[in-house]
Design a protein around this ligand. Structure first.
Ligand SMILES: [Zn+2]
Length: 365
């Protein structure tokens, strides 16, 4: 394995010479740690100022053969270009994802995804549960079907134990998590041990920082993941603040891979955390509790402000009539998260269904 920093130094020389976005940023710093972080808002601003593709392009535009667009869940979508070499690099990164999920030559892969400018071959956990819901309505028994493995990304759900359990039970298959970003690449995946998400450290440099102080966090401490990709020379990202929070472990994995793992997957987004009466909560923690209750078909989280305090309320669609499930769910949230929630039973089919990334959290100020 080539030392990733040696590989980075070679890329750096090319970017200083040819890439308008990174040329200035990379010129002066003496060490890797002195290079400024790149943020998504800087990329959005760059594309606004230099439409339509911005200045993070190392080559003339005719060298690019693919265009992709971010989902726009958190604002204006980014457009992202790839050269033939960058696209081949994506495919190599995805090969690691398949290898981790034990997908082999001879397997048939069904892509549960609509083909738009959004990049991906997987299904979100939300969409997988939606497919299972429709299958049940149509009397199709997925468990008896041939699906052996499902691979998910786009939301942390497949690493949320209760969401994973529901998908596995619905499909009669083993469910694997995978993480990637349109502007970064397919950087993480689960191996057969299903003990955290491996970061593909052949192709990415990973750092964990405190999002407040921007200093590195101690190993085993929750931090924001900062990534650098090493094989996407046409449209690279150097020290990119992903906004994804996690805990990185360098303990060896039983699968034999040496790559670090994000324990429990992506634990939340730095910009997603909500504070309810002094308690910090991530939507993924709420989801893990809601999914324990099999009668809940779909749900939405609303945070509103009353007398300067944030209040949590949940809307739930239930399989059958309400019964005592509402009370049990309320007790479960209070016991596990130490917060009080108002829970409202809403009619079946009234909450939005999501094919791309779900937006179940709404903050009303
Ligand atoms: Zn492993």
């Amino acid at each position: 394995m080539i030392n990733p920093f040696e590989r980075f130094d070679k890329i750096r020389e090319i970017l200083i010479e040819r890439n308008r976005f990174y040329s200035k940023r990379l010129k002066d710093p003496k060490t890797f740690e002195e290079i400024p972080f790149t943020t998504k808002s800087e990329l959005v601003e760059d594309q606004t100022q230099n439409p339509p593709f911005g200045t993070d392009l190392t080559y003339p535009v005719e060298n690019y053969v693919r265009i992709h667009q971010t989902s726009g869940t958190a604002g204006k979508p980014l457009a992202w270009l790839d050269t033939k070499e960058s696209w081949d690099w994506w495919l190599r990164c995805w090969a690691e994802v398949y290898s981790g999920a034990n997908v082999r030559a001879g397997d048939r892969v069904y892509v549960a995804f609509s083909f738009g400018p959004f990049i991906g071959f997987w299904a979100t956990p939300t969409y997988a549960l939606r497919l299972a819901e429709v299958a049940a309505q149509q009397g199709i028994d997925l468990v008896q079907g041939p699906i052996r493995t499902t691979v998910h990304a786009g939301e942390p759900g497949a690493s949320i134990p209760e969401t994973r359990r529901r998908i596995q039970e619905a499909f009669g298959a083993r469910t694997f998590d995978h993480v990637g970003m349109t502007e970064m690449g397919a950087y993480g995946f689960e191996c057969e041990m299903q003990s955290g998400l491996h970061i593909n450290e052949d192709e990415f440099i990973v750092e964990m920082i405190d999002p407040g102080t921007l200093r590195p966090v101690d190993p085993g401490t929750k931090g924001e993941m900062v990534l650098t990709n090493l094989g996407r020379l046409g449209s690279p990202l150097i020290r990119y603040r992903t906004g994804d929070l996690g805990v990185l472990s360098r303990e060896p994995c039983a699968c034999g891979r040496q790559w670090a793992r994000l324990m429990g997957g992506v634990l939340g987004r730095a910009d997603d955390m909500i504070t309810i009466r002094g308690v910090n909560v991530f939507p993924s923690a709420i989801e893990n509790i809601v999914r324990r209750h099999s009668q809940v078909v779909e749900f939405a989280i609303e945070v509103s402000r009353r007398r300067e305090m944030h209040e949590l309320s949940l809307k739930v669609e239930l399989e059958n009539s309400a019964g005592e499930i509402i009370e049990r769910l309320r007790a479960d949230i209070s016991k596990n998260l130490n917060i009080r929630a108002t829970i409202e039973h809403v009619p079946a089919g009234s909450l939005p269904r999501f094919e791309l990334k779900s937006r179940r959290l709404r903050v009303v100020d």
